[in-house]
Design a protein around this ligand. Structure first.
Ligand code: GCU
Length: 422
């Protein structure tokens, strides 16, 4: 029953903003020829020759993404305090230690509280972790009944009695299939998660809530949209993880699904402390190329979810060719750190082929920096992951995070983190 409910909720999350969607283009033959910017060529036409050049070029690309796509993430000079809300050493039938930690993120006299749920395998050494947001609160990701209901903003959902954006008992365990915590713990990884609404509500709220309360903002055309807020939030969690003596802060893998996959990529580009980045079905303005017009159209985003981006981004609606960047450069900015992109065969809205092509076109930057980029030029068959410093798979099925996806992520993390330990 829970699994059916979670599937229905997933559909609602996906389609809540898709109600009157422009169906978009689903015909390869109708894609007009497009030119991608070369990440290894500066805006003035000169070429990247040295690693130092790349750092400069990377800044140039980052500025364009900040000012034209996601919005500028403001610098952070505040402080973070924590309180332990609960601790259990025999969680998950004794497999893990579980902690709920409240972060009090303070900027002067302003404060934002966010609640982390942390599962760690028993180990005498520091452990690597997967860090990712959840959609409806920490209580949704596990069937353990004693997790604190998220106090933060959640999407209203009549079927689950969620009104006024407050989580309910009915939402417990709804997303367990998206978070196979026992498997992850058994593989030696910890899990750190939090509700994305704790950082910033996913709403048209004129940027008045969540993290925006911490800053005295004047909203302008380059101000941060919600994806930047959520990326900022992952960095604040990282600030805390660096102080946790049980966690190997040099091996924090971030992952996210869909809008949170877009967020994971942008967070990975924005904060070099994230050792590995995973995009699950992130689609348009995530891993998929924007200039390749297939699947979700920008005019849909402009109508339904403009607040995910900065206001400047609106000017590219229907004028994708004018965008000074494309999403392969978002991946390239994560180089030389490993990045994994996952698509789903039936998730045409997210343009699986466009996600794949971003990996292909980010590869030259990885090759330039570490010799090993993306190992294939043609799309692999379904359920055949490919691993280089960039990894990719397209699996059978729909827009979702499945145990299969997680197996691939853990294999990819093993592949890179073990090499790093040698
Ligand atoms: C909508 C949106 C996508 C997004 C998805 C999600 O479908 O159009 O861009 O990835 O929601 O986050 O679930």
């Amino acid at each position: 029953m829970k699994i059916i409910l979670s599937f229905l909720i997933l559909l609602m999350i996906t389609f809540s903003v898709v109600a009157q969607q422009d169906p978009g283009n689903y015909d390869e033959a109708k894609i007009s020829p497009y030119t991608l910017p070369d990440p290894l060529v500066f805006n003035n036409g000169s070429k990247v020759i040295t690693n130092k050049d790349w750092e400069k070029r990377r800044k140039e690309i980052y500025k364009l993404f900040s000012e034209e796509v996601y919005g500028v993430i403001p610098s952070w000079k505040g402080e973070i305090k924590m309180t332990t809300v609960s601790r259990k050493e025999t969680a998950l039938d004794g497999l893990a230690t579980r902690e709920e930690v409240m972060l009090h993120i303070k900027n002067g006299d302003k404060q934002l509280n966010v609640l982390l749920l942390i599962y760690l395998p028993h180990s005498s050494k520091k452990v690597p972790v997967f860090l990712g947001y959840n959609f409806y609160g920490n209580q949704t990701i596990t069937s353990e009944p004693d997790i604190t209901l998220t106090p933060g903003w959640v999407r209203n959902n009549n079927a689950y009695k969620i009104t006024e954006h407050k989580a309910t008992e009915a939402s417990r365990g709804l997303f367990v299939t998206m978070w196979p915590v026992k498997d992850i713990i058994s593989r030696g990884y910890g899990v750190v998660t939090l509700n994305y609404g704790d950082i910033d509500p996913d709403d048209r709220d004129d940027f008045k809530n969540g993290v925006h309360r911490l800053y005295n903002e004047k909203h302008d055309s380059t101000s941060w949209g919600k994806i930047s807020s959520w990326a900022w939030g992952l960095s604040r969690v990282m600030d805390y993880l660096e102080t946790n003596s049980k966690i190997d802060a040099g091996k924090v893998a971030i992952l996210g699904h869909s809008r949170l996959g877009k967020t994971a990529l942008w967070a990975g580009a924005s904060d070099k402390r994230f050792a590995l980045v995973i995009s699950n079905n992130s689609g348009r303005v995530g891993a998929a190329l924007t200039k390749r017009i297939f699947g979700e159209p920008l005019d849909f985003m402009h109508e339904a979810i403009p607040f995910w981006f900065c206001d400047n981004f609106a000017k590219y609606t229907g004028k994708e060719s004018l965008l000074p960047v494309d999403q392969h450069e978002l991946i390239a900015m994560i180089a030389p750190r490993p990045v994994y992109v996952a698509s789903a065969q039936e998730d045409l809205w997210a343009d699986p082929k466009g996600e794949f092509l971003s990996c292909v076109n980010a590869s030259p930057v990885y090759q330039f920096l570490v010799k090993e980029g993306f190992p294939v030029a043609a799309m692999p068959p379904v359920n055949h992951p490919v691993f280089g410093t960039i990894g990719y798979h397209i699996r059978t099925g729909k827009h979702d995070v499945t145990p299969y996806d997680w197996q691939c992520y853990m294999n990819f993390a093993d592949f890179h983190f073990k090499r790093k330990s040698k």
